[in-house]
Write a protein that binds this ligand. Structure first.
Ligand code: SAH
Length: 341
């Protein structure tokens, strides 16, 4: 089945030609789908009625139906559960910052990476999301909130680089000047570290921001938290990050979830700083969000600050990330899980 909202303009043109339509119709439809974020052909009032009904019959627009919508009373963060056309559910988050609204989207239904602290991966990966399903999360949230989305982070459930082709399509469509026109610099993709894909992404020269989930100062500790570390060593991973910076000029962000007793000691900070020294990067420290099924404790706030301080002392840029939406299960996969149970 043709997924119309995942198509590039050039592909829409070919489709219009095949239907015996003028090719400028493609530009009109593209703007309806991506700038007006239309969920039905009925809205496309500059198309003939006949074309609208032909399109509706042949090329359904896959949207995302909001089934749960929660708003944090602490910081205004909003969490959404969306049902897809096949009734799978995914979650997305809207965060409000001084510099604008940021939407965190899922890239897969579930995840197959198996990280020890994460709720998204508990039942494996059900399927990849299409480009249109990633877009639908952003479009729906902008429509529901009535506020412009200025940043998009692919940091929800799923491993985006495990769904590479759909991810690239999503980024190109999201940043298209005839669509929502979100600047590539305002798009962040977070990966657990699929090295060959990081290199491929660098070569696309899309200049998006890359975030890499590191979570440990060495291979041994990383393997205990992240199965992907058995496949790629930290040396390989860090060299792919250097390559990313060389190709794009974009500073890489490292995510580091602090887990008590696993990766939060002063020695861990020192070892991490040594490995990252001289790299143009930033470390985001996230006190781990305890997940019921996982045996992970978050260190005290004081220990988190000390870890950041130690990194700083060794010349590595680090901040402890402010927690948003803690009253609405806002971290990875938690809300979807509570919905499914
Ligand atoms: N698969 C990608 C993106 C999804 S997860 C990745 O691994 O980067 C987004 C971030 O949240 C990752 O850094 C992930 O490791 C982290 N994360 C997952 N579960 C968490 C938890 N319980 N507490 C804190 N961070 C968590």
């Amino acid at each position: 089945m043709t997924d119309i909202r995942s198509m590039y303009k050039t592909e829409l043109k070919e489709l219009m030609e095949r239907l015996g339509q003028k090719s400028f119709r493609a530009g009109q439809i593209f703007k309806w789908l991506h700038a007006s974020m239309a969920d039905s052909y009925e809205e496309m009032t500059d198309l003939s009625k006949a074309l609208r009904s032909e399109m509706a019959e042949k090329f359904p627009i896959y949207g995302a139906r909001c089934v749960t919508h929660l708003k944090s009373s602490i910081d205004g963060t909003e969490k959404f559960l969306f049902a897809l056309h096949d009734d799978n559910v995914i979650e997305s988050v809207l965060m409000r910052y001084n510099h604008g609204n940021s939407v965190c989207i899922s890239s897969q239904v579930g995840c197959r990476m198996g990280c020890a602290f994460c709720a998204s991966t508990l039942e494996g990966c059900v399927r990849d999301l299409s480009a249109s399903e990633m877009l639908a999360q952003v479009y729906s949230i902008q429509k529901i909130s009535g506020e412009r989305v200025s940043n998009v982070v692919v940091m929800g459930s799923g491993e985006p680089l495990d769904n590479y082709d759909n991810l690239i399509r999503f980024i190109k469509l999201l940043s298209d000047p005839d669509g929502l026109n979100i600047s590539r610099r305002s798009i962040t993709v977070s990966t657990c570290g699929l090295v060959p894909k990081i290199i491929e992404l660098a070569d696309e020269e899309l200049a998006i921001t890359l975030a890499v989930s590191l979570h440990a100062p060495n291979d041994e500790k990383r393997k205990a938290l992240m199965p992907v570390a058995k496949k790629y060593s930290m040396d390989e991973l860090l060299s792919s990050c250097r390559y990313y910076f060389e190709k794009t000029g974009r500073r890489v962000t490292f995510e580091y979830a602090l887990v008590e007793g696993a990766n939060d000691s002063r020695e861990d900070a020192k070892e991490l700083a040594k490995r990252l020294s001289g790299m143009n990067c930033h470390v985001n420290l996230i006190p781990v969000n305890p997940v019921e099924e996982r045996d992970c404790k978050r260190p005290a706030a004081e220990a988190c600050r000390a870890f950041a301080g130690a990194l700083d002392k060794y010349g590595v840029n680090a901040t402890v990330r402010r927690e948003l939406g803690s009253d609405i299960s806002a971290s990875c996969g938690q809300l979807r899980r509570s919905y499914l149970n």
